[in-house]
Write a protein that binds this ligand. Sequence first.
Ligand code: PGA
Length: 251
Amino acid sequence: MRRKMVAGNWKMHGTGASVDELTKSLKVIDFPVNIDVAVFPPSLYIGKVVEALRGTPVAVGAQNVARQPEQGALTGEIASSQLVDAGCTLVLVGHSERRQVLGESDGELCLKFAAAQQAGLVPVLCIGETLQQREAGETLAVVGQQLTSIIDALGIEVLKQAVIAYEPVWAIGTGLTATPEQAQEVHAAIRAQLAARNAEVAQGARLLYGGSVKAANAADLFSMPDIDGGLIGGASLNADEFGAICRAAGN
Ligand code: PGA
């Protein structure tokens, strides 16, 4: 049985004060013991969140990482080794906002994925199609290619110590959630793609769904056989809602 995971991506939201409020509320939540929970605060607040959540089951991750693991002359970037030093254990790689708005390429994401693992961080690789691609019937091809670029560059084995998040771009922040059946279809295809290379990796890989997950739809999504939890954006900024989503994953 794969252990489910619920991760909250706080994106570019919050102030020092609101982050304090949120962590205060998270601290008193009784998270199910049979799932993994993580939050991804803006990097500016990582230290504060690590401190506040120390002693809780909530892991802390970063939303982005530099393409080279070691420190050096790369203004504005944060090295994976620095994220580890700050207390992070995970990092998002390839979120669609970074692919689409900031133009991150598959090649660049391979470097970031490798840099993360080199420092001991677990990469959460985000993949997903746009609405236009879905309507053109290209969903599985697009998602397959995003995954292939990592496998071809780094090998299938790297996915043993990673998490994959399927996030249809059209469902992110739009209130439009993929139906459990739509999400399951893509998750099954991802697992089949992994299985074609390595059955053990496919069996163990945790595949999260992301895109307008909330307490009201989480249980149905998480009940699908290949959905191993969720990557939560907007709803993760509300501790009660996030807690309810975690409970749905624990059931
Ligand atoms: P959302 O974001 O839950 O607000 O749709 C999900 C994500 O971008 O990870």
